[in-house]
Each structure stands twice: as structure tokens, then as C-alpha cells.
Ligand binder design. Sequence first.
Ligand code: FAD
Length: 557
Amino acid sequence: MQRETLPVDVLIVGAGPAGLACAYHLKQLLKHANKAGNGPGEIEIMVIEKARELGAHNLSGAVMDPRALNELLPDWRDRDFPVERVVEDEGIYYLTQTGKVKAPWTPPPLRNHGFPIVSINRLVKWLGELCEAEEILIATETPGQHLTYDGARVTGVQTGDKGVNKQGEQKNSFEPGALIESRVTVLTEGTRGSLTKEASIRLNLHGEMPQTYVLGVKEVWELPKSLSTRGTVYHTLGYPLGQLFGGSWIYSMRDNLISIGLVTDLAYRNPYTDPHYNFQKFKQHPWIKELLRDGKMLGYGAKTIPEGGWFSMPKLYADGLLLAGDSASFLNSQRLKGIHLAIKSGMLAAESILYALKRDDTSSASLRIYKDLVDASWVREELWQVRNFHQAFESGFFGGMFQVAAQFVSSGRGFKAKLLSDETHTHMSKVKELGLKNRDEVLASRAREFDRILTFDKLSDVYKSKTLHEEDQPVHLHVADTEICRTKCREEFGNPCEFFCPANVYEMVADEERGGVKLQINASNCVHCKTCDIMDPYKIITWVPPEGGGGPEYSDL
Ligand SMILES: Cc1cc2nc3c(=O)[nH]c(=O)nc-3n(C[C@H](O)[C@H](O)[C@H](O)COP(=O)(O)OP(=O)(O)OC[C@H]3O[C@@H](n4cnc5c(N)ncnc54)[C@H](O)[C@@H]3O)c2cc1C
């Protein structure tokens, strides 16, 4: 097939905070260097993004630590930055099934006073406008489908085809993806990037331990009156997660809007664990129910969060390649914050690229400077302090709290210098080992709890994520062997995909021909959270980008 070839100097895959900060900072550095007479000359920067519009696939809490933005754009406050509110009032609560206990003080790393509360969709749009004003080329509806290589050197990206039907045949509207050739490719795909995964395997970029994940499920509500006129931030622990790590957030936004969500650790034992259901249970707590009374749910979304931190950080560079943001584990799990680290890592990637371009050498010999810059920056200092945080909870919540207390007083060390963990899905136990009830009964009894006023079933929630895909396209969730789903997985794990997917993509339906059940993939519901790629116990599900533009249309999430 004839594909258009597009040469650029720097290609950035993913227009989140990391990718856009990288593009913007690089442009500024180039301007200064070229003006001073020691730059590499005209450099073409291109950013590709799979969403229809900038910001539409980004989901966050979000309270932002402004540290990195202060460095990127010291005058950001004067540039119409989209602040929802500024934090003035905060509290951490431990929830029992019906009660709550407020922590007497907020530990310093968890304090947010003075930080902006943002909607990441609006933040990304704002960053995108800054980039476009600098004439940086941003192509939306353009997924990076595969990396291209020359031996071990990354030479660019092949973008996704458009206009292919379910059977893989070309429709009249067929447009082949392009080959974008670049001297440096920066992967800023966010959590569980599909190209990042491909590169990690091919180039062996794996960190000391595999990445570990939690899943955040979120709604935006409009309340009859504002939660508070001050920027209010509540975090909770405890109910409904019991011994499982995770917790909730409630952030006041502009007008009467609030951001409310729950993070569930995916390193769970019980295969019937359902992060979407946990969130619905959380809303039934008397305090939360009262808070949401007479309110209206406006938006829904879900996304995984990479929480492995420093020990899960992959090798950050290869020939022609850099990794930044969530894709490269730049996230502080203790603070549930990654936006500032995404921006800063994007900036450090930009500084490394300038260095390499000036030497006219974009091999790993030049790009390795990125790791040195990360190590010398506040990023390493921040992530090193929490290097053992998430792993501490894998043996249970209360044991984890005990270990974290020890980490607080020993600069992150705790009882052991290095806590390493296995891949997230390996924590899941089999139904028989745990003596669980029949899966169908569990699903049916949970479904009866949703009233569609306070609590919602997955389909009603997906509707509020405004998720849309072209229906007639190949399924973008590749299940290598569906026979396993109907037999082994059903018996051993009770088809956990029906539980962990927050968008009802996976459904076991009656098999009219053979009897029993078979897997039905409702690919058009997919909100691109990547949970299935992480959690399927047999590692037979691979998430690849669908046709460009498909996916959620987040606007205040
Ligand atoms: C529920 C939740 C709550 C959070 N709360 C907070 C918070 O309060 N404060 C905070 O600081 N952080 C928070 N975070 C973390 C924060 O959102 C991330 O750390 C941050 O967004 C990472 O930025 P990024 O640019 O690396 O990735 P993303 O923001 O995920 O952006 C990646 C972009 O790449 C695109 N992309 C992916 N693959 C491809 C491809 N192959 N081709 C083209 N485009 C692609 C995606 O569509 C997306 O637009 C939260 C995260 C979640 C999920």
C-alpha cells in the first residue's frame, strides 16, 4: 500500500500536558538558541493526538501543583488560564459504612492550599492554543498505530488508517495512515501507552518492576447550590474499599459543579472487584448521598493511573526515542498528582532534544542526557520520597498505613529499602480459592441497586461520557483467544472483564449455536481507560487505538 511520507524533526505522540509542554518548551528553547546564533536552525515539530478535539481524551481529578507551570510559563496566571477554583479549604476523612472521622491534620505532602483546581480538558485545550500560536503543527484524529524502526533506532510513526470496515476491507472512504519520519519521537501517550508498550518490549525498556495501576472512576455533578464559594477539596479513605488501597476525592469547580470520583487499586484479589460499582457504593454513603441530593450528574469517565513510580520507570531513551509523562511513570501516587510531573518531564525531554539537535546526533548517546536531567531535577527528589508508597499497600490497607508512617519518618525508605511488585493482574485469585458466590447472581444483585438518580449502571454512565466510535471498523480490543473466555476464564475467574471494565465493553452472552456463553465485545463503548489491557488474567487482551477521533468526548473531566 502506498502511504504518504511526512518528514519532521520532532514528533510527539499524545497531546496531554506532557506532550504539549514538550512541544511548547522546545519551540521557546529553539527561538532563543537560534537568535543567539547557536541553535540548530529551523526545526519542524509535530504533535499527533487520537482524540477528535484537544482535551477530549484527558481525564483527571484535578488539583494541580503549579510548580512546573511556573517554570514553563511564569506568567500563566495572566494568560486566561482556566482555573476552576483555588484551594482554600481541605480535609481528609476516614469513612465507615455510615460515619466519617476527620483527620486532625493534613500531612505536608497532601496539603493543597493555594493550588488551582482544574479541569484537565480545559487545561489541555489552553496548552494547545499556546502551541498553535507558536505555529506548532497539531494533528487531532491521528492515532500513532505503530512505531517504525531502522534496526534498534525509532524512525517515526505510522498513523492509523481510516475507512476500514469490520472485516478489515477498505470502504469508499478509505484513507491510508501516513508514515511520519522523525529524527526524535517522544512518546507522551499517558497511561499504558500502546506504542510505549510496543517499544518497551522491542527495545527492552522495562523498569526495575512492572508498572502497577489503579483505576479512577469519576463523575461531574451540578449541585443545587455551590459546595462552597471557596475552593474545597475533600479526600476520603476507607468505605467502600475495606482492605483495598484507594480513596475518593471531591473537588469544587466553577459555579455549582463538583468533581467526584473514586480510585480503586487494581492489585486486588477478588475477581469480582468492580471499580465502577465501588464508586456507586461510595455515593450511597449517607454523607455523600446528602451532598449530592437534588444534584444532577453531567459527565462520566474512567481512566487508569500508573502508580509504580520510581521503580517502575522505564528506560527513558533509546535511539531516536524519548518517553515522558504518565507513559514513563512520572506520577506521584502518594499525592495523586501527575500533571506537574508530566509538564516537567516534557520540558526536560525538550531540553534533551535541543542538546541532541545541536550535536546533530539523535542517537541514545546524545539523548541519554534526558536521564541525567531528570536525576538532577526536583522530579527525582519528589519521586524518590515516595518510591515505596504504592507497593506498601499491596498486602492490605492497614498494614500499608503502618508502612507509610515508617516511610514518612525515613524519607521514603520505610522498613525495606526497595519494595518491588509484580504485574498488577497477578494479584487476582481464582473464584474457588476465595469461595465466591455465583458470578451471575452477584452481577444481578448489584444491577438492582442502581436508581439512575444517585447511582448509575455502566451503560447510563457511558452515555454521559459522550463516547462515540465509527461502528463499522475492526474491533480495537484484540482478544487473542476467545475460547479461553468461554471456558477456562469463566470457570477460574468468573470472567472478570465484565467486572473490571467501567464501560460495559465486555459481555458474556448466550451462545445460540454451541450452547453456553461467548464473548461479545461492545467496542464502541470503550472510554480508552486501558484497564482490560492491564487486568485480563491470561494476558490475551491488547488495546490498540481505534480509528482516529473515536472515543470519549470529555469536556469537564
Ligand atoms: C482519576 C484521575 C485523577 C487524577 N487526579 C489528579 C490530580 O488531582 N492532580 C494531578 O496533578 N494529577 C492527577 N491525575 C494524573 C494526571 O491526570 C496525569 O498524570 C496526567 O494527565 C499525565 O499527563 P500525560 O500528558 O502524561 O498523559 P495524558 O493526560 O493521559 O495525555 C495523553 C494523551 O495522549 C493521547 N494518546 C494516547 N495514545 C496515543 C496514540 N497512540 N496516538 C495518539 N495519541 C495518543 C491520549 O488521547 C491523551 O490525549 C489523575 C489521573 C486520573 C486518571
